[in-house]
Design a protein. Structure first.
Length: 219
């Protein structure tokens, strides 16, 4: 099991699309899933994890993915070489554990995901599982990091922002975003101080559009 930790724009979707394409080009099966629907639309052949693996709702710590032996889904899992799971930090650990147990049951191997290679990806500095009125520690404990599989996962990092041109201003902006995620250089009361360049003094919709897309009216 592998976890690719990457902030937005650092290339994790590109890496995992490339990995999936490599598996498919060899005639093997790679399943590409995401923790929510919008991300699934960005993935080649992507679906939500709940849809693909029949994760029950609600998902308890004793839940098992509803994968029946003899079904098309179970036959697909028997042929699967790699599972790529995007935006996994926002997924509750119970959902991940339920899929793990479902794979073990179908593949009849009592090892993580029945021996199928799993590549998790996401950014723990973004949205974690929602715990009603929960503290940050409770959210982390409910995530993959608080689950039974975390100690067996190899973590790799993508740190260079590939979405932005590597100009000094963009490099500084990418570094600022990482500092915000890490809780560094906070202002009074642990507030985030927005740079002056990100503040729009014009409260109108037109002003906001012009500030965000300064060249939009030139095209």
């Amino acid at each position: 099991m592998i976890f690719i930790h990457s902030a937005g724009g650092c290339g994790k979707t590109f890496v995992c699309n490339t990995l999936a394409s490599a598996v498919w080009s060899n005639g093997d099966v790679a399943l590409y899933v995401a923790s929510f629907g919008i991300t699934a639309l960005l993935l080649e052949g992507g679906r939500t994890a709940h849809s693909r693996f029949k994760i029950p709702i609600p998902t308890l710590d004793t839940s098992i993915a509803n994968i029946k032996r003899g079904t098309q889904l179970s036959q697909l899992l028997l042929q699967t070489k790699v599972v790529i799971w995007d935006e996994v930090p926002m997924q509750h650990k119970n959902a991940i554990d339920s899929v793990d147990q479902g794979f073990r049951d179908i593949l009849q191997k009592d090892i993580p995901f029945g021996g199928v290679t799993v590549v998790f990806e996401g950014d723990f500095w973004q949205t974690l599982p929602v715990i009603q009125q929960g503290l940050r520690q409770q959210m982390i404990a409910a995530s993959l990091k608080g689950g039974r599989l975390w100690d067996q996962i190899q973590v790799h990092y993508l740190v260079q922002n590939m979405r932005l041109d590597q100009t000094p201003d963009n490099i500084a902006h990418a570094a600022w975003l990482l500092d915000v995620g890490a809780g560094k250089n906070l202002g009074p009361g642990e507030t985030v101080q927005l740079p002056e360049t990100m503040i729009c003094d014009d409260n109108s919709v037109t002003g906001l559009i012009s500030s965000t897309y300064p060249h939009i009216y030139h095209h």
